[in-house]
Write a new protein. Structure first.
Length: 234
């Protein structure tokens, strides 16, 4: 695969740490729906809501595991011969959050979901950029939310940290530019990536870049992802 480099105009961004003790405020969701949502969907909806106003927005939702914990509970119920809630089943799909978000906002804009293993966030950024490039006059909202898999699945390689992150891709009033790169191992020591701090997960790397303005990267066999921030482009 050829090396890829692309630049994303970020209008707003928001994050929610996995270590947060307080529950996310999602008062914009109907109470009947709200109490049925998982923690994963709640934090995803929180950061998504932080980034958008009333305007329509396309959504790219990304999660390595998605609602795997809910699905696992459903499988356990089936195994025990217990009834399965239709609501639990309908909310167990990967893109459940995008449906709830669109209904709550009355927004019929396109929504998609991405899951690509440990590289989920990186490829979701690429998908969001591609959608933005296809129609640059309409913003795209990227929402990433994840949580570690149930212990029943054993040790997961490059396991996620958890938490949620959202970025509004909008050239109308950018807070800055996010410079993204996906390169092959031969470029590990090449500038400008050589000074980037490495992180164990993509979400940690990207959040470090957004919070500090410093370059960050994540690497595994065959691929190196690098992010840097340019506030001067705002």
């Amino acid at each position: 695969m050829p090396d890829l480099h692309w630049t994303i105009p970020v209008g707003r961004w928001s994050s929610w740490p996995a270590t947060a003790s307080a529950a996310p405020d999602i008062g914009f969701i109907d109470p009947i729906v709200r109490r049925r949502l998982s923690t994963l969907s709640k934090v995803a909806l929180k950061v998504a809501h932080d980034c958008v106003a009333a305007e329509p927005v396309r959504v790219v939702f990304a999660s390595r595991h998605g609602e795997l914990r809910r699905t696992t509970d459903i499988l356990r119920s089936i195994s025990a011969g217990e009834p399965v809630s239709p609501t639990a089943f309908s909310l167990s799909v990967l893109n459940a959050m995008t449906g709830v978000f669109g209904i709550a906002r009355g927004d019929r804009s396109a929504a998609s979901a991405v899951s690509a293993g440990a590289e989920t966030l990186g490829y979701a950024l690429l998908e969001a950029y591609a959608q933005y490039q296809s129609q640059a006059d309409e913003p795209v909202l990227l929402v990433y939310a994840d949580e570690p898999a149930d212990l029943a699945y054993g040790t997961i390689e490059d396991e996620v940290q958890g938490g949620a992150l959202a970025l509004l891709i909008d050239a109308a009033a950018p807070a800055g530019q996010l410079l993204c790169a996906l390169t092959q191992p031969r470029d590990v020591c090449a500038a400008p990536a050589a000074d980037a701090t490495r992180f164990p997960t993509q979400s940690q790397a990207l959040l470090h870049c957004l919070e500090t303005g410093q370059p960050a990267c994540w690497q595994r066999a065959g691929a190196r992802w690098h992010w840097s921030w340019d506030a001067r482009a705002a």
